[in-house]
Ligand binder design. Structure first.
Ligand SMILES: [Mg+2]
Length: 350
């Protein structure tokens, strides 16, 4: 099978995401082949990544053969090398991620298999999901037993700590004593604040602190990590390719890795990162792993049995870019039926 066309598009979102995401949110990639099978993928980087694909990566890919996982990996290496002068991370690798996922989709669809099958088949009938957002009562009603809250620094140290403690008390009460509770600092805490909050939170048994410091501060993270035990220091959504995670491993900067499949280089990159994580005995919990792009890996037994679902608030309006995406049932996710990643793009948004 040969690639005949590669096209990236930025959807007409009706609900604008927050902050930088407004400009660089998820784009889609379509790949066509000479056997009539097409595949779809999602990647970060917005309109900028669309340009990287349509003006550059496309010309490397059209005419190339794609018949195996090894060939997908070869195409990944070629795209990485070709974009290296302006890439290596950020938007260029977000673009490669979308292409890579579309290649996996097309390969699996051509073989009438799921991506999970290509990864060795289903080893988890269901994957435990955790709900990210501010609405713990809704998550309890939906059957979740794991929840993460965003807790960025906003006011004085004392006021922020009080707010976080109040959240922990309420979330523990709402979700019960066995629930997993996690906190995302979104790179806004200082080491001192993290340490102080970790001590105050001891009775609430928090599972991990995420994105505590700037990801560039590997030394700072490495110094903080042992001090907040037994709370795990998690991060990795702003890292790209196995190279970044090799640096994290070397610095012993994080207890738990969270690569984003649609940003860090796609499934091909995540498989390399997962291999590295295994070699270093580090648990892997992909960022937004409950979306199909990560879920196939988790269902195939890769990473931990924990998939993030960014749920937001009860009743909030959201764009449905991918149709047939699995919804949590009693806090678990089951892979959709069908070949490839098992979802269809919502043409209305393109
Ligand atoms: Mg995060």
């Amino acid at each position: 099978m040969k690639i005949t066309e590669v096209r990236s598009m930025y959807p007409h979102y009706r609900v604008a995401p927050a902050a930088w995401r407004r400009h660089f949110w998820q784009m889609v990639v379509r790949i066509d082949t000479d056997v009539g099978v097409s595949g779809w993928g999602a990647g970060g980087g917005g309109i900028a990544a669309v340009e990287v694909i349509n003006r550059h990566l496309r010309e490397l890919l059209v005419g190339r053969s794609i018949n195996s996982i090894e060939e997908v990996a070869r195409l990944w290496d070629d795209q990485y090398k070709a974009s290296l002068p302006y890439g290596r991370s950020g938007i260029a690798v977000m673009a490669i991620s979308g292409v890579d996922l579309a290649l996996w989709d097309v390969l699996a669809r051509a073989e009438k298999k799921s991506v999970c099958d290509l990864l060795g088949g289903r080893r988890r009938e269901k994957v435990r999901a955790y709900a990210t957002g501010p609405d713990s009562a809704w998550y309890r009603d939906l059957g979740f037993s794991a929840h993460k809250s965003s807790q960025t620094r906003r006011e004085s140290q004392a006021a922020d700590a009080a707010r976080i403690l109040e959240w922990a008390e309420r979330a523990r009460q709402t979700l019960g004593k066995d629930a997993l509770l996690m906190i995302d600092a979104y790179m806004s805490w200082s080491p001192d604040f993290a340490l102080s909050v970790a001590r105050q939170l001891a009775p609430f048994k928090i599972y991990w602190f995420e994105d505590v410091l700037l990801p560039d501060d590997l030394d700072g993270l490495a110094a903080l990590r042992p001090q907040i035990q037994p709370i795990l220091l998690a991060g990795g959504e702003h890292e790209f390719t196995a190279r970044d995670f090799r640096h994290i491993a070397k610095a012993r900067a994080l207890d738990l890795w969270q690569p984003d499949v649609t940003w860090c280089g796609g499934l091909t990159a995540v498989l390399r990162i997962a291999k590295l994580a295994q070699a270093h005995g580090v648990p892997l919990v992909p960022h937004r792993g409950g979306e199909v792009w990560g879920l196939h890996l988790l269902a195939a037994g890769g990473g931990e049995n924990l998939a993030e679902m960014v749920m937001g608030k009860r009743g909030a309006v959201r764009d449905e870019l991918w149709l047939d995406e699995p919804q949590p049932q009693e806090g678990d996710l089951v892979l959709p039926e069908g070949s490839g990643f098992g979802v269809q793009v919502n043409e209305e948004l393109l």
